[in-house]
Ligand binder design. Structure first.
Ligand code: ADP
Ligand code: MG
Length: 263
């Protein structure tokens, strides 16, 4: 390899000053390519900057995905839409992230194993790739978090802090019923985001059963009202994807009440 020229040294120094050390390698590699292919100076500069911006976006997305707290990182690309053909167009539209800038919500309903958590996570990953901050937790974990904040006298501060997240995912609403304090905290989370920032919720129960989850029909109705006012409600159907190939079509103990529910 040839000894570094004055220009090479200067690029190294300036790239460090810009906190973009990757530019050093990219600039020299692309310079060879540019000379061979006869690029203009502008083409070359655009190519170098493009590599740097792509690398920054990718590492930013990686950080946001790690910070989101997904149980397991799943992408929409990994989702087999042949198992849920009805929702393919809606998920494709949501994947572009437009619902986030409009502070709209997404509700995924359906029996266990039909891909609700996978899709919620996949939409969260897509949001992180679009540059949005995302937080994922189960409904039970959210209530624990809010209860801790409430006990420490900082519930209001916590709700304001959470609004800085463009997307909050609440997985598994209805797996465990809430007591009235928990239901009230959950209601405050939903209210504080209403028309400001998006929620994705998943549940194996139809809205008609949420009264039992929140211990109060009026609280459940007020909450559902705020959630679905600006929302896409997607209903997943069929047998559990987990049981595919196991020779089992349905789990006898699992109710499929979602088949009756109206989005
Ligand atoms: P739910 O939250 O509805 O109970 P999950 O999203 O946890 O279901 O799905 C259960 C498992 O099956 C996960 O590992 C998920 O990645 C996988 N899965 C479910 N549906 C699909 C699908 N259509 N394509 C690919 N994987 C799927
Ligand atoms: Mg799930």
């Amino acid at each position: 390899m040839a000894a570094p020229t004055e220009a090479d040294k200067q690029i190294r120094y300036l790239a460090a000053a810009l906190k973009a050390p990757r530019i050093v390698d990219v600039a020299s590699r692309l310079a060879d390519q540019a000379r061979d292919a006869g690029w203009s100076f502008e083409d070359y500069l655009a190519a170098v900057l493009d590599r740097e911006v792509s690398a920054r976006n990718a590492s930013g997305a990686q950080l946001r995905i790690r910070a989101a707290g997904f149980g397991a990182v799943k992408t929409l690309e990994e989702f087999d839409f042949d198992a849920q053909p009805g929702i393919r167009p809606q998920i494709a539209a949501l994947a572009s992230g437009g619902f986030l800038t409009e502070a709209r919500n997404v509700v995924l309903l359906g029996p266990p194993g039909t891909g609700k958590t996978h899709l919620a996570t996949g939409l969260g990953v897509a949001a992180a790739r679009h540059g949005h901050r995302v937080l994922f937790a189960t409904a039970t974990d959210w209530v624990t978090r809010l209860t801790d904040a409430h006990r420490a006298g900082r519930l209001a501060t916590e709700l304001v802090r959470l609004r800085r997240y463009r997307l909050i995912i609440i997985d598994e609403v209805g797996y465990l019923p809430f007591d009235s304090d928990a239901a009230n905290l959950f209601f405050q989370l939903v209210s504080s985001r209403y028309e400001h920032a998006s929620l994705i919720l998943t549940s194996n129960l139809p809205f008609s059963s949420w009264g039992a989850v929140f211990g109060d029909q009026a609280v459940a109705a007020a909450m559902i009202d705020r959630i679905v006012h600006h929302a896409d409600v997607l209903t997943l159907k069929g047998a559990s994807y987990r049981l595919r190939g196991a020779g089992i079509d349905t789990l006898p103990s699992i109710r499929t009440t979602t088949d009756q529910q109206q989005p």
